[in-house]
Design a protein around this ligand. Structure first.
Ligand SMILES: [Zn+2]
Ligand SMILES: [Zn+2]
Length: 380
């Protein structure tokens, strides 16, 4: 991060501030709105093709610029801030303006794992997002995989076709909400829907099925990591002879049940990109997961759907006991070829691999595919 522009800025003037980096789709405009309000500044903030453009005027513009990089939202990455003094307009209020269009250099941040506040709502029976697989906010959820073009505004994403309900529109417009201008905002009333109930998905995994889920960025194949038959079947159908599978556990506390992790590795597992971390295995999962290897690739749930599946698995009889559920999770690329996303060909090819195919009606980057469900006959 660097700053440039006028070395000495007088208070009571109007400044044009340009911020470049990963600043779209991360709650940056609401953050700036809050900051400008705190310093009692007038002006506006908008996304533009190069990042975010801000104009502020008032007595505390210098303080505003100094504070700007210090409390920026968790997913934002600021590369550069430039400041230019311009003529004051005697503006009275501060607003979030519609985006300016055009080609530019700003980048959209990667999808981010469900944040703790959204998780709390996900399992709160009083929340309107209770058990909703597409819950997200300015600090978490899909970004890159739903964006069709820049700037990152709802109408330029796969969410554009979902009209917000009154409650979502209220949160979207409320500067005090963490969903203020959260472009992927959705709820059970107005947002995408899953093709299957969570209990059916959990029952499939529990019963030894291979389940394909349409995740945030593509299809994933899941099965019970303690069920040797299921893992071997997955390996056979995926034509993946010896390459190890990674596994997902429900929480960071559960990692030690299957692997040894040190103090450096646990925060890595919890980072928003949800990487697969190779850890020394306790060798208590199906041997076909990583034949002949002493390490196992472990990851934590990335999306609300994963959390819901673990929640449902823990509630079923088979998982009561000391050991929690562990799920093999691998991308659905038969024989290593990339799987076409969101079309009939993808479903046809998945049908040869998965016993249950769970999809939803939100696009992954491209146009919607109306087909929703395919339960492959005879494989239950
Ligand atoms: Zn969130
Ligand atoms: Zn809604």
């Amino acid at each position: 991060m660097s700053a440039s522009g006028d070395a000495i800025i007088r208070g009571g003037t109007r400044l044009r501030v340009r911020v470049s980096g990963a600043v779209q789709g991360v709650g940056f405009r609401p953050y700036i709105y809050g900051l400008a309000t705190r310093y009692r500044l007038a002006g506006f903030v908008a996304n533009d093709p190069d990042g975010v453009i801000i104009e502020v005027e008032g007595d505390l513009t210098c303080e505003f610029v100094a504070a700007l990089p210090l409390e920026s939202p968790p997913l934002a990455r600021i590369d550069h801030i430039s400041v230019q003094e311009i003529d004051a307009l005697a503006a009275k209020d501060f607003s979030i303006r519609a985006s300016e269009h055009g080609r530019g250099s700003t980048r959209i941040v990667a999808d981010a794992a469900t944040c703790q506040q959204c998780l709390d709502e996900l399992f709160d029976p009083n929340s309107r997002h209770y058990l909703y697989p597409f819950i997200n906010c300015s600090h978490c959820g899909p970004r890159y995989t739903i964006a069709e073009r820049l700037p990152y505004d709802r109408r330029n994403t796969a969410m554009g076709e979902f009209a917000m309900c009154a409650a979502c529109a209220g949160e979207y417009a409320d500067p005090a909400s963490r969903r203020f201008h959260a472009e992927a905002i959705a709820c059970p009333t107005c947002g995408p829907r899953l093709s299957h109930g969570i209990n059916d998905i959990a029952a499939g995994i529990d019963g030894g099925q291979i389940v394909a889920i349409k995740g945030v960025g593509g299809y994933q194949l899941l099965c019970d990591a303690r069920n040797h038959d299921a893992v071997q079947r997955l390996r056979r159908r995926k034509q993946r002879d010896q390459k190890p599978f990674a596994v997902m556990v429900g929480s960071v506390e559960q990692v030690s049940e299957i692997a040894e992790a040190n103090a450096a590795e646990l925060p890595l597992l919890e980072s928003v990109a949800r990487p697969i971390v190779l850890l020394p295995s306790r060798n208590n999962l199906a041997p076909a997961i990583a034949p002949g290897l002493s390490r196992v690739g472990v990851m934590l749930p990335a999306a609300p759907l994963h959390h819901l599946i673990f929640h449902a698995l823990r509630s079923t009889g088979a998982w009561h006991g000391a050991e929690g559920p562990v799920i093999v999770s691998t991308s659905a690329n038969p024989g290593g070829e990339p799987l076409p996303i969101d079309n009939a060909e993808a479903l046809r090819r998945l049908a040869g691999i998965a016993d249950l195919i769970v999809t939803h009606d939100r696009d992954i980057q491209t146009r919607a595919d109306d087909s929703v469900v395919a339960v492959v006959a005879g494989r239950r």
